[in-house]
Design a protein around this ligand. Structure first.
Ligand code: ZN
Length: 139
């Protein structure tokens, strides 16, 4: 077993968690909300998410797609974005392997995923996203 084998498991799992952060960006960037410091919370009742509720995909399944606080439905899009990011990260590590290009490729992949969903929601791509993609692309 070479160095690539564990990476093909670890990178997609990290990708799921980064996909969870991608959901935060997709929701907050178009609304002009701060996205670095504010902890993850329910968009309906504002309840801060606990550790178990932050586990990608599994938390959505465990709580049957509903907020633990108010019982409002949480869109199936959240686990879908998490899974998509995990799958895309798997494909990156499979195609590129453990080279210097892997990290920029992963960042670019997630940036494009975030961009695609913001574009889908708003038919606009925020300037900050353009700048981020340009910087990563240059890397
Ligand atoms: Zn709630």
């Amino acid at each position: 077993m070479g160095v690539i084998e564990p990476l093909r498991i670890i990178i997609p799992i990290i990708g799921l968690f980064v996909g969870s952060f991608a959901n935060v960006l997709i929701y907050r960037i178009p609304r002009g909300e701060e996205w670095v410091v504010t902890p993850s919370h329910c968009v309906h009742c504002g309840k801060r998410l606990g550790v178990l509720e932050l586990i990608p995909v599994l938390s959505w399944l465990a709580f049957r797609g509903k907020c633990h606080g108010c019982g409002e439905k949480i869109s199936v899009r959240y686990p879908v974005v998490e899974i998509l990011n995990g799958v895309l990260w798997y494909l990156c590590v499979r195609a590129i392997g453990p080279t210097a290009f892997l990290t920029p490729a992963l960042l670019l992949t997630t940036a494009l995923l975030v961009t695609a969903f913001i574009d889908w929601d708003t038919q606009e791509i925020p300037n900050g996203v353009h700048v981020f993609i340009l910087i990563v692309a240059v890397l």
